[in-house]
Design a protein. Sequence first.
Length: 481
Amino acid sequence: MRALHEDREVTRLGESVFRNGLLAPEAIASTIQALSRFHRATQRYGVDAVRVVATSALRDARNSRAFVEWVRAATGWNVEIISGLEEGRLIHLGILANMRLTSRRVLMVDLGGGSCELTISVDGHIRQMHSLPLGAVRLTQDFLNHDPPKKKELERLHEFILEEVGRVAPRIVAAKIQSVIATSGTAAALAGAARDTGKKSAPGFASRESVSKLATKLSRCSVKQRAQFSGIGPRRAEIIIAGATVFAELMQLCHLPYLRYSPLGLRDGLLAQMAADYDRSTRSRRQVESDRWDALLAAGKHYQLDINHCEHVRDLAVRLFSSLKGLHRLPDEYKEWLSAAAMLHEVGSYINRAGRHRHSHYIIANSEIFGYTLEQRQIIAAIARYLGKSLPARGDRYLKALPLTDRQLVPRAVALLRIAIALNQGRRSAVRNVRAIKRDGNVRLCLDTAKTGADLELWAAEKERTYFRELFGRELLIETS
């Protein structure tokens, strides 16, 4: 990618949220003003697509909906409030899409204003993610009321950080981390200021010893004195004590010898995600697909699914999607939503076999599945909802929750998934392959079956003929070879 224009402004939108749970009117106004400036720039450059993402402050604020509506009124943009785990995934994607890692086991740390995201990456795959309420602004507001802080304030700050980091430290130690990549302004400030602590290090790097000494030194200085350190300006000086203390305790408890600052972060992850959605041949696209597949397998393991059955249903559904593309006319991205629904269509059985399809919808729509937005999970959940005796109906509340276009598309994907499930009814992969041929106004499914036959699968598939005819206006004929 080539940058045509760049703009940035720190508005401290969440500064009051951590004190009273509300976005302050002046912070809202200054943020809207910055977004309006960004909006004018996108118009000037003829931008095709925009994503506006909010993190910890809007996750916690009781008046976040008012802010979202204000942004929409001022710019026409929809604000996505993403979870801490999705924030971590996007940071991971941004780093992997823009730099080549030399270590297999990497801990990525992003310490923002309201939260701290920790991501353990092994060979480019997310293995663990943790979002902790250890943002520099949040901690400063909650614990540090004097300048310099009083001893009692620092003790309470240390105790809180130790408790939060202590919950995840054993997992990080067990992961045998080989390198640490830290993003965000706090990490940049520490990497710059750590070089003033005595022992010199390579630019962008900070040792555990230097970070620990720096945290102690900063806690004894006034905000004016802190602003004089390399890399720490007046605004960062206000919150650097809390941020430095988090890094010092994290490195100590998790036995991390050094950190490396990277300017990459959430913005780069968003750009990589948008590029992946635009061009399926990009490196970031492969990473997104890998993240999604890892997430589906993790969900399958958690909900004790028959993975072999789900994977075979998925393969059959994807083949049906490709063979019948001229008939169903679903957008290409629906191949992914259909694939995910096939992998997760049985998760509801974990709660109860009775009403399992309704439970599946709830789990998929409300779970954190890496790589899928809330809107995408709603589509996947709807496709997995209408199985067994359930069929999509006009006015159904699960369909009404979707955009109008998707209400018309989802039933077509449901039909493909129902047939794929029928073709593995016996869970023995008796149907090894399926081809669809349109002939004489009908659709003929040619099944490649095992020597043992597929009588049960043929019986189940025949039951789908009525819905197929109602939806596509074609007769479904099934034959084996």
